[in-house]
Design a protein around this ligand. Structure first.
Ligand code: NAD
Length: 497
C-alpha cells in the first residue's frame, strides 16, 4: 500500500481494490476491480443464471433463500466482525445489522409466491366473457448498487426482493466495504453453487455506472442523493427503471404527553447508533415547549455516557469528517449552542457525541445530511409547529414521534416514507413493511409486498371463456349491441353515488 494512505480510504493498486479499517488503517481485504467488459460479462452470465433460477420455481427458490438466511444466522458473529474490521462499526451494531437483514430475507423468501405468483382477478362488465389473470414476472437481471454505512442490511433488502422474485443479481458494493459485499456473494454461492445467481463487481463509481449501462432490467440504488441522480441519468439512456434509496434528514417530534425519558433514550440511539452514519438516523428533534428542558437534560445525560471507540465507532469515510465539522461550526457561528460536544468533537477518525440547541433553521446542521453522531434539538410551540418544521426539508426518508394521544396522527402528517411512533428506526425490523423515501430521499420501495413488486413486472392476461354476448372489442358489433352496452353501463355505473 502507498505511504500516503489514509486509514479507511479505499486504495486502487494493480487492478485491486484494497479496503482498510478507518480506525487502525489495517487491511480488511482486497478484491479484484472490474472494468466495463467484466461488468458486461457478469451481467451476461447472470442472464443465463436467471433462466435456471426461474426454472427452480417459487418453492425451489424459497428453500435456497431460507438456507442462505440460516447460514447468515449461523455465521452472524463472523460477518459482524468482518463489518467491524472493514467499516469500523462496533461488532454489536454489526450483529444487529445482520439480524435486520435476516428478517427481510426470511420475509421475502416466504412471501414471494403469495405476492407475485399467478392469480385470477374478477371479471368486468365490458369483457364479461373473458377471465382475468395477473402475475408478476422477474426482470431477468437486477443491478444492486450499495453504500458503506450498512453494508449488510442495505444490499440484502433489494437482493432478497430481487432473488425471491426470480431475478439474478449483480451487486456493486461500496468501494469502502467491498469485502463484506464479497462475503455475501461467496456465502450465497455456497448454498447455490450451480449458477452465478448472485455476483459482485467491484470498483469505484464508474463500475456502478457501467452496471447501469450493462443491459440489466432494473437497478436498485442505495446511496447519496447526488449519486442517485447520476444513476438515474445513466439508467435513463436505456430506459432502465430504478429504485432510488437516498439520503435523509430525519426528525423526531416530542409532543407534550410524551414519555420524556423514553423519547430521550430513543433520540440518542436513533442519532448516535453507527456513529450517526444512518440514512434513517435522527438528525433533528422538535420538542414542544412544556417538555423541552427535561428532554434536553435527559438527552445530554444519556449521550454524555457514550464513549468514542466503544459505542461510537470511527467515521467510516474519512472525508465525511470535514462535513460533520463544517456543520457543527456553521451551527455555532449562526448562534447555536453546544450542550454536549461541539467544535472540538471531531478528532479523526472519531466524532464525540454532540448535541446542539438554538440552531437557526438555515444552518447546514438543520438543512443538510450530517451523517455523524450529532443532534439538534429545537423548542417548538406545539405539534403543528413541529410538523411544519420537520417537513421543511427537501428530504423525506423516515422519522419518529413520541406522544400518546396524537402519535399516529402526527406520524401521518410527516412527509416521510416511514415513521416510528414511540420508538426510532423500528420500521426496519418488520419484513412486511415497505421502506423508501419521498422527495430528495428517492422513490420506489424495498422490503414488504411493495418491495417484492418493485423487482417484477406486472403481467396481465385475459382468456376467453365464452362467446361474446355483448361484443365490445370487434368491428363486427352491431348498432343494437352498442346500444345494449350503453344500457348496461347506465344500469351498473350510471347512478351517481
Ligand atoms: P454514494 O452515493 O457515495 O455511493 C453509493 C454507491 O454508488 C457506491 O457503491 C458508489 O461506488 C456508487 N457510485 C458512485 N458514483 C456512481 C455513479 N456515477 N454511478 C453509479 N454508481 C455510483 O453513497 P455512500 O456514501 O456510499 O452512502 C451514504 C449515503 O447513502 C447517505 O446519503 C445515506 O443517507 C444513503 N443511504 C440511504 C439509504 C436508504 O435506504 N435510503 C440507506 C443507506 C444509506
Amino acid at each position: 500500500m502507498t505511504a500516503t494512505h489514509v486509514p479507511g480510504q479505499p486504495v486502487l493498486e494493480d487492478g485491486q481494490l484494497i479496503s482498510t479499517n478507518p480506525a487502525t488503517g489495517e487491511e480488511a481485504g482486497r478484491v479484484k476491480v472490474a472494468d466495463t467488459d467484466a461488468v458486461n460479462a457478469a451481467v451476461e452470465q447472470a442472464r443465463a443464471a436467471a433462466v435456471w433460477w426461474q426454472g427452480l420455481g417459487w418453492d425451489g427458490r424459497k428453500t435456497r433463500l431460507l438456507r442462505w438466511r440460516s447460514l447468515l444466522v449461523e455465521r452472524i458473529q463472523e460477518l459482524a466482525e468482518l463489518a467491524h474490521r472493514e467499516s469500523g462499526k462496533p461488532v454489536t451494531d454489526g450483529v444487529m445489522e445482520v439480524a435486520a437483514a435476516v428478517e427481510h430475507l426470511d420475509w421475502a423468501a416466504r412471501n414471494a409466491k403469495r405476492v407475485l405468483g399467478p392469480r385470477r382477478v374478477r371479471t368486468r362488465l365490458l369483457v364479461a366473457e373473458h377471465s382475468g389473470h395477473l402475475e408478476y414476472q422477474p426482470f431477468g437481471v437486477v443491478g444492486v448498487i450499495g453504500p458503506w454505512n450498512y453494508p449488510i442490511f442495505t444490499p440484502v433488502g433489494p437482493i432478497s426482493g430481487a432473488l425471491a422474485a426470480g431475478n439474478a443479481v449483480v451487486f456493486k458494493p461500496s468501494e469502502y466495504t467491498p469485502v463484506v459485499g464479497q462475503w455475501l456473494a461467496d456465502t450465497f454461492a455456497e448454498i447455490v453453487p450451480e449458477h452465478p445467481v448472485l455476483q459482485v463487481v467491484h470498483g469505484l463509481g464508474d463500475v456502478g455506472g457501467a452496471l447501469c449501462r450493462s443491459g440489466v432490467g432494473k437497478v436498485a440504488f442505495t446511496g447519496s442523493t447526488a449519486t442517485g441522480k447520476k444513476v438515474m441519468a445513466a439508467c435513463a439512456e436505456n430506459l432502465v427503471p430504478v429504485v432510488i434509496e437516498a439520503g435523509g434528514k430525519d426528525a423526531l417530534i416530542v409532543d407534550e404527553d410524551a414519555d420524556v425519558a423514553a423519547a430521550a433514550e430513543a433520540a440518542v440511539w436513533g442519532a448516535m447508533t453507527n456513529a450517526g452514519q444512518t440514512c434513517i438516523g435522527i438528525e433533528r428533534v422538535y420538542a414542544v415547549e412544556p417538555v423541552y428542558d427535561r428532554f434536553v437534560e435527559a438527552v445530554v445525560e444519556k449521550a454524555g455516557k457514550l464513549r468514542t471507540g466503544e459505542e461510537i465507532g470511527p467515521i467510516t469515510m474519512p472525508r465525511q469528517l470535514d462535513i460533520i465539522r463544517d456543520h457543527i461550526e456553521d451551527a455555532l457561528a449562526k448562534g447555536g449552542r453546544a450542550v454536549l460536544g461541539g467544535a472540538e468533537a471531531v478528532q479523526a477518525p472519531y466524532v464525540a457525541p454532540t448535541v446542539l440547541v438554538d440552531v437557526p433553521a438555515d444552518s447546514s446542521e438543520i438543512r443538510e445530511e450530517t451523517f455523524g453522531p450529532t443532534l439538534t434539538i429545537t423548542k417548538v410551540r406545539d405539534a403543528d409547529d413541529a410538523v411544519t418544521r420537520a417537513n421543511d426539508t427537501p428530504y423525506g426518508l423516515g422519522g419518529a414521534v413520541f406522544g400518546k394521544r396524537d402519535g399516529i396522527r402526527i406520524a401521518r402528517r410527516l412527509r416521510a416514507g416511514m415513521v416510528a411512533v414511540n420508538g426510532t428506526l423500528t420500521f426496519v425490523g418488520m419484513g412486511n413493511l415497505p421502506f423508501g423515501g419521498v422527495g430528495e430521499s428517492g422513490f420506489g420501495r424495498i422490503h414488504g409486498e411493495d418491495g417484492l413488486r418493485e423487482f417484477a413486472r406486472a403481467k396481465a392476461i385475459t382468456v376467453r371463456r365464452a362467446k361474446s354476448l355483448l361484443p365490445a372489442m370487434t368491428f363486427e358489433r352491431t348498432p343494437a349491441q352498442v346500444n345494449q352496452i350503453v344500457k348496461a353501463l347506465r344500469l351498473l355505473y350510471g347512478r351517481k353515488p
